[in-house]
Design a protein around this ligand. Sequence first.
Ligand SMILES: NC(=O)c1ccc[n+]([C@@H]2O[C@H](COP(=O)([O-])OP(=O)(O)OC[C@H]3O[C@@H](n4cnc5c(N)ncnc54)[C@H](OP(=O)(O)O)[C@@H]3O)[C@@H](O)[C@H]2O)c1
Length: 218
Amino acid sequence: MEVGIVGGTGPAGKALAVRLASVGLAVSIGSRSAERGEEIAAQLREKWGSQVADLRGASNEIACASDMVVVATPWDGAPQTVAGLAGLLDGKVVISMANALFKVGDDIEAVVPARGSLCVAVQGAAPRALVSGAFHHLPARALANLEESLDADVLVCSDHAAATKATIELVNRIPGCRGIDAGTLSAAAAIEAFTAVLIGVNIRSRSHASIRLTGLRT
Ligand SMILES: NC(=O)c1ccc[n+]([C@@H]2O[C@H](COP(=O)([O-])OP(=O)(O)OC[C@H]3O[C@@H](n4cnc5c(N)ncnc54)[C@H](OP(=O)(O)O)[C@@H]3O)[C@@H](O)[C@H]2O)c1
């Protein structure tokens, strides 16, 4: 299976790309510039060698030809970017990992985007895609280091059962990660906003902590 990452050249996209490539998936790091996408992919292949053998760079458009697509642009560019790619996303599972955050002094605060969450805005931008939300709480620093083991739950929400299932399966391929069905896209507002709390905790404790739910019967 191939996963394309729109805006894959930033810390979050690169980190997810190496993790997914390290479990044998073909990954395209998408960019507004195909050259930049390939440059970043080459750097990651140089760093991680055969562990990320099937990692390529591409334009965002080519990345959208993948079986599944992740949106990893900054929050204020996500709906507009997806709207421009919408024709390539019909019927595809599109995972939004964007968080609407704003730095206020030393604090990170959540911003309420149009439509209440970025996941809902992304679904609105690509109405025929099967949009899900996931990976919001995984710090890129931890995700990017293949020598560091992960220990995290990933909350997955979607209005499409098929997208929830496919996204949880993708999450579960990453060792140390467990995908959890967090309900419909109406959950995305809380999931995205909670990232501000988590980043604040991480800043104060100088950590790269994520979340784990306890007592869950699965
Ligand atoms: N960093 C984390 O730890 C983390 C964890 C979980 C979720 N997230 C979320 O993941 C998303 C990406 O985070 P990041 O830190 O990797 O972001 P970033 O570095 O600011 O941006 C990622 C990439 O998006 C592209 N981009 C920048 N501005 C754009 C725009 N206006 N329209 C379209 N594309 C644009 C750029 O790639 P090109 O110039 O190559 O196109 C950039 O390299 C954010 O929404 C963030 O909230 C981040």
